[in-house]
Design a protein around this ligand. Structure first.
Ligand code: ATP
Ligand code: MG
Length: 564
């Protein structure tokens, strides 16, 4: 008997499993990811991608389409179409030969509209946009029938044909479904199916001057493609009766099913396309791939791996209720992934010069360093050691507080993979009083790996002055200062941008093994965090982005919550 029964992990998967069992849709599973090509994908889209492609992969013969929902010509363009494909592939999903455009269905959608008109289920309305709004009613008051609602199918057909032929200006006519102006669901109060827009489309050029609305085009695109489960976010829940109405009129009772789930909201960032576009256009960030953005391009440049993003999406799961996920949780997942895969290296971000007075001037030692304590297969490397070194400014205090186990006058510390050193003097800038150099001695009997003999409490990282490579390091902090969860209510949301979201350190020094590190390369800088080589490095000195610091604030949050 089978012993491993895996039960579906969420309500959508449960529903799909049940449909397969009952033979609905003939047991097929066909999903789709339907981005509108009017912006770059973000981590919220990743949730939808993982869900749609994930469910398809979980069932033999299951497929997931990539469909560009390009029914709104004014904001869409090919740059977005290309970047969306890149991003879905980067996440590791494959639509095979199933890439479609809603605009490919314009002719079919038009034919279906003609069919609705002929059946008396759609009419051309000549009210102005303002009048249409006024006639629609409110949540508490029913709408009113348009005086044009009783036009005959012949008259409607004639007008619709002339709309398509370009006889009318924008806004002069619309095609509406004839449903129920007094429905408690406003979406059913004769929704608009077609608008006149004399705008060229990035794929169909000037072939069309009428464009279908989302509510009309989406269900029919699903039906044309044979989608079985049309998964979308909760804001479309109230549109479902319309989705079903359109399909029942056009294709009959066997049609795709719309299923809604809660979108991903992340703390400390923005995810609406409008806001992301504003950030890019107003140059609050440096383009769509700015590592501070939650766009997939931004996360990728910052050093996120597709595996970490997928693990995060799997962990948060899908639910029916809106919630905000802490950014710290996403950071937790990238840290876990990078901990396993990245080599350790030493890099000093804010260098303080150290001279070992008793170490010979002309000597260099090659010390053995471990590449990844989590993975012995990653091996060892050699790190050069010499008389003049740099350590992190923070690792020295002239007047150390209690429990400061790093370097201070008269105290000892271990240099990672090297020796114990003692601070015997401090050189200061005469004018500013700032500490500019430490005079130290080393204890030759304490080399790491040999019998280390004595132990000291602190270990610090370092680089050898004559061997280190200069680098720039970009540190990132959250995009928004506070938790901006109600981002859409926030009028002046730009006021909450964190002015310290980017800090550039330009006099960093990294160990020589990083020479020639190529863009995209990921490392752990010992004691500091995970870093990734930025593409800007191609032009000159190495540039690193800090993906995430080592400290795991998610672990802390969990602890504070009592380890549930
Ligand atoms: P807009 O900002 O214009 O509302 P959108 O973010 O909904 O756009 P689409 O291109 O329509 O962008 O999204 C494609 C798919 O991704 C849709 O099915 C949408 O429901 C889903 N999606 C978008 N944002 C999120 C999110 N934050 N969480 C989960 N799914 C999302
Ligand atoms: Mg949308």
């Amino acid at each position: 008997m089978a012993s491993e029964s895996t039960s579906p992990s969420d309500f959508i998967r449960a529903l799909v499993a049940r449909d397969i069992e009952t033979g609905k849709h003939a047991g097929r599973v066909v999903t789709r990811f339907p981005p509108e090509p009017n912006g770059y994908l973000h981590i919220g889209h990743a949730k939808s991608i993982c869900l749609n492609f994930g469910i398809a992969e979980e069932h033999p013969g299951g497929i997931c389409h990539l469909r560009f929902d390009d029914t709104n010509p004014s904001k869409e363009n090919v740059e977005y179409v290309q970047s969306i494909q890149d991003d879905v592939r980067w996440l590791g999903f494959d639509w095979k030969d199933r890439m479609f455009y809603a605009s490919d269905y314009f002719e079919a959608l038009y034919r279906y509209a003609v069919g609705l008109i002929e059946k008396g289920l759609a009419y051309v309305d000549s009210l102005s946009p303002d009048e249409i709004r006024a006639y629609r009613g409110t949540l508490t008051e029913p709408g009113k029938d348009s005086p044009f609602r009783s036009r005959s199918p012949e008259e409607n057909l004639d007008l619709f044909t002339r709309m398509r032929a370009g006889e009318f200006p924008d806004g002069a006519q619309v095609l509406r479904a004839k449903i129920d102006m007094s429905s408690p669901n406003i979406n059913l109060r004769d929704p608009i199916l077609y608008r006149i827009r004399h705008v060229a489309h990035h794929r169909t050029g000037s072939a069309w001057c009428i464009y279908p609305t989302y509510d009309y085009a989406h269900p029919l695109s699903d039906a044309i493609e044979g989608i079985t489960h049309s998964i979308c976010t909760l804001e479309f829940e109230d549109h479902r009766p319309l989705y079903d109405w359109v399909l029942e009129q056009v294709v009959g009772p066997d049609h795709p099913q719309q299923i809604e789930f809660a979108r991903l909201n992340l703390s400390h960032t923005v995810m609406s396309k409008r806001k992301l576009l504003e950030l890019v256009e107003h140059k609050h960030v440096n383009g769509w791939d700015d590592p501070r953005l939650p766009t997939l391009k931004g996360l990728r440049r910052r050093g996120y791996t597709p595996q970490a993003i997928r693990a995060f999406c799997e962990h948060i799961g899908v639910a029916k209720r809106d919630a905000v996920v802490e950014m710290a949780l996403l950071e937790h997942f990238i840290r876990e992934d990078l901990n396993r895969r990245t080599p350790r290296v030493m890099a000093v971000l804010r260098p303080l010069r150290v001279v070992l007075e008793n170490y010979p001037e002309d000597r260099t030692e090659e010390l053995e360093a471990v590449n990844n304590p989590e993975d012995a297969a990653m091996g060892n490397r050699h790190v050069p050691f010499s008389r003049v070194l740099y350590i992190e400014h923070d690792d020295f205090r002239e007047n150390p507080p209690k429990k400061f186990f790093r370097l201070s006058p008269g105290q000892e510390v271990r240099l990672r993979y090297a020796y114990i050193i003692k601070c015997v003097g401090v050189v200061k800038d005469e004018r500013t009083g700032e500490v500019v150099e430490l005079r130290c001695t080393y204890d030759p009997t304490t080399r790491s790996g040999a019998q280390e003999g004595r132990k000291v409490k602190g270990t610090v990282h370092w680089v050898s002055a004559s061997h280190a490579i200069p680098a720039e390091v970009r540190l990132y902090d959250s995009l928004l200062r506070d938790d901006q969860t109600k981002e859409d209510d926030q009028r002046d949301w730009q006021a909450s941008l964190n002015p310290k979201s980017l800090e550039r350190l330009t006099s960093c020094l990294v160990e020589p093994s990083l020479a020639g590190a190529s863009p995209g390369g990921r490392y752990q800088f010992e004691r500091q965090g995970y870093f990734c080589v930025d593409p800007d490095s191609a032009a000159g000195p190495l540039v690193f982005n800090r993906t995430v610091p080592l400290r795991d604030s998610w672990a802390k949050i969990q602890k504070a919550q009592g380890d549930h």
